[in-house]
Design a protein around this ligand. Structure first.
Ligand SMILES: [Zn+2]
Length: 56
C-alpha cells in the first residue's frame, strides 16, 4: 500500500472519529447546566466549554 493511500485512509478514519466526538460533545453541552465565565466578547462554560458570543 502506498503512503498516499494510507494517509487518505487514515484521514477518513480520523474524520469519522472527529464527527463522532463532535456529536458527543454537543450531547454533553445540551444537558449541561452551564456555569459561564465571561470576558469582553464571549462567555465560556467552565464545565463543558460551550462558547456563547456576547458581541453582536
Ligand atoms: Zn456547560
Amino acid at each position: 500500500m502506498s503512503r498516499v493511500i494510507q494517509i487518505a485512509k487514515q484521514l477518513k478514519e480520523l474524520e469519522l472519529e472527529v464527527n463522532q466526538l463532535k456529536k458527543e460533545l454537543i450531547n454533553i453541552q445540551k444537558i449541561c447546566e452551564h456555569e459561564f465565565q465571561k470576558n469582553d466578547y464571549i462567555q465560556v462554560c467552565t464545565k463543558c466549554h460551550y462558547i456563547e458570543s456576547l458581541y453582536w
